[in-house]
Design a binder for this molecule. Structure first.
Ligand SMILES: Nc1ncnc2c1ncn2[C@@H]1O[C@H](COP(=O)(O)OP(=O)(O)OP(=O)(O)O)[C@@H](O)[C@H]1O
Ligand SMILES: [Mg+2]
Length: 276
């Protein structure tokens, strides 16, 4: 880890799935040649509409899915041949979540911490810290099945970061969180970056990407269509386009949604997840 210059280095990553449609097998090209590079300690945002291929990329980078083509180094290790080393350096908060429903929050956190190799004492300390941060105090000794969606999400975030990984993958961690818990999550993500954690964050919230990401990539239909800092991407939207819109809507600054609209011809604004 200490000698590697980039946290994540991906070249021409590909994945296709065989799916059966009306009895015929056809191939869905979910990821069609993605290249990206994430510096250590960076928050890298990953944006794009439903079905763009974001989760598929993350599952390959976290070694949960074999890569279909190309190369990917995570923490300096090859996801194809050094999966075990990769796993030692990462945490993953998946889109579907992985909490064990008949167990309590505390039991889930203990199991996650122990799986990652922490001592019981260290896990207990981390549970205290994380429950304050993600407002889990009242929930810890209840069975997860009885949690609300947002409560379960907060527990799963705590499970993904309990071992303080070098590189943290999060797939839409804030979807389903209320504004207060979302703000708590943002604060924690920033704190992790201050500690040097690299964060690869998928989100549908443009304000979240704008606010948190040092750099970001916009994905559409299996490909990266733009990559850069939020400011660089906003500069892609020309002054003329903004001026034209200014007349119409009296909006003063380019947003990431403008960037997305310019590149894909569709808008993410106000549509939440239902962009397709
Ligand atoms: N296991 C699978 N089998 C078949 N097709 C799949 C599989 N996993 C993903 N796909 C397809 O690959 C494409 C990309 O899916 P993916 O889940 O990566 O999108 P996403 O960008 O994460 O979308 P969302 O914003 O909805 O989470 C979609 O067309 C999806 O149907
Ligand atoms: Mg997804």
């Amino acid at each position: 880890m200490s000698t590697m210059s980039r946290a994540i280095e991906v070249q021409n990553l590909q994945k296709s799935f065989a799916v059966k449609v009306k009895g015929k097998t056809r191939s869905v090209e979910a990821v069609r040649g993605v290249s990206l590079s994430v510096a250590r300690g960076e928050i890298f945002g990953f944006l794009g509409p439903n079905g763009a291929g974001k989760t598929t990329c993350q599952r390959m980078l976290t070694t949960l899915l074999p890569i279909g083509g190309g190369t990917a180094l995570v923490a300096g290790f090859d996801v194809r041949t050094q999966a075990r080393e990769v796993r030692r350096h990462i945490g993953y908060v998946s889109q579907l979540g992985g909490a064990d429903l008949p167990a309590t929050g505390r039991e889930n956190l203990m199991l996650a911490g122990r799986l990652y190799g922490l001592s019981r004492t260290d896990v207990k300390k981390k549970i205290e810290e994380l429950s304050r941060l993600l407002e889990l105090d009242e929930l810890l000794d209840r069975i997860v099945r009885a949690y609300s969606g947002g409560q379960k999400r907060r527990l799963e975030i705590a499970m993904g970061i309990i071992h303080e990984p070098d590189i943290l993958f999060m797939d839409e961690p804030s979807s389903g969180l209320d504004p207060q818990n979302r703000a708590g999550l943002w604060a924690h993500i920033r704190r992790l970056r201050e500690k040097g954690v690299t964060i690869f964050l998928t989100t549908h919230y443009l304000d979240e990407a704008d606010e948190l990401a040092d750099r970001l990539a916009i994905m559409d239909a299996g490909k990266i269509v733009a990559q850069g800092t939020p400011l660089e991407l906003k500069q892609l939207v020309s002054e003329a386009e903004i001026a034209a819109r200014l007349k119409k809507e009296a909006v003063t600054k380019a947003t990431l949604d403008d960037v997305f609209l310019k590149i894909t011809g569709r808008t993410l604004r106000n549509t939440g997840k239902e962009v397709m």
